[in-house]
Design a protein around this ligand. Structure first.
Ligand code: GLU
Length: 277
């Protein structure tokens, strides 16, 4: 029985097979939850209907089990439980969209991909999205929209303001809104809530006290801190893990099939070797 108020989570997206990088991040998350005598939650981040597949969700559970990970809440835990799949939690995201709309930090954006490619400045960081130049800021009255569907909705970042946090592994982190990242999408035109919004709503609602994730998401953490602020919610603590790279230094992605947990296991690796590689 969990003795402590620590609540951590594993939040994989079923858009491909888990790879070595996921395995190590999730292992760290589980280890930290265990060390604190806390609760670990598995949340299926299956919001994107084009990219999420049920067969990847089952593969991910099987791979996590094979790695030796155990969780206390979420899919495959037995018994009645609240929904731990994001596609069953839309009403919570919608409620947050309404709050943010009412507080004036959102605006609908009608820019096409082509507009964006022409106008946006390149990011400093190759892994990141281009800075949105704010073309649609103030163009339409957000309060006249009863529902987000049909437009991309962006969060207006406080231009030039610092967003800082103490990472539990990396120490002090500081980003400047409008320079390190621009106005970001929180709801998609095809009526899919964006990762940034869903993850904040879920981490808050599931009372997560510590988020363990890959260092590729440091800037996303800064974006999310702005959402927490706008919703008036205290953010959790953050622990960003080192990224695993392939032999040419490229950060692992789902396309690195050969380094997926599944393939490594088939080629004879033990779970111990996978998490320590
Ligand atoms: N589903 C996200 C991913 O797999 C979760 C990231 C996070 O930990 O917030 O990248």
């Amino acid at each position: 029985m969990a003795s402590n108020s620590y609540r951590g989570r594993l939040a994989p997206s079923p858009t491909g097979l888990l790879h070595l990088g996921h395995a190590q991040t999730f292992w760290t998350a589980a280890e930290r939850a265990a060390r604190h005598g806390g609760t670990l939650i598995l949340r299926n981040e299956d919001l994107d209907p084009q990219r999420s597949r049920p067969e990847f969700a089952s593969a991910m559970i099987e791979d996590l089990r094979w790695l030796g990970l155990r969780w206390n809440e979420g899919p495959d835990c037995g018994g009645p439980h609240p929904p731990y799949s994001q596609n069953q939690r839309r009403s919570l995201y919608l409620e947050a969209w309404r709050k943010l709309r009412d507080s004036g930090v959102l605006y609908p954006c009608t820019c096409s991909r082509k507009d964006l490619a022409q106008a946006a400045s390149a990011p400093n960081d190759v892994d990141d999205e281009p800075l949105y130049p704010g073309t649609c800021r103030g163009r339409m009255d957000a309060s006249s929209f009863q529902h987000p569907a049909g437009e991309n909705w962006r969060f207006r970042v406080p231009e030039g303001e610092g967003v800082c946090f103490e990472d539990l592994r990396l120490g002090h982190q500081a980003f400047i809104a409008g320079r390190d990242f621009g106005d970001f999408i929180i709801w998609r035109r095809d009526d899919v809530p964006a990762y940034q919004l869903a993850v904040v709503v879920d981490d808050a609602e599931m009372q997560i006290t510590e988020v363990v994730r890959g260092a590729d998401l440091l800037k996303s953490t800064a974006r999310q801190i702005l959402i927490y602020r706008a919703l008036g919610i205290e953010p959790p603590q953050f622990y960003h893990c080192d990224l695993v790279r392939d032999e040419s230094g490229v950060r692992l992605a789902k396309r690195h099939d050969a380094l997926s947990v599944r393939r490594l296991r088939e080629s004879g690796w033990t779970s111990e070797q996978v998490v320590r590689a």
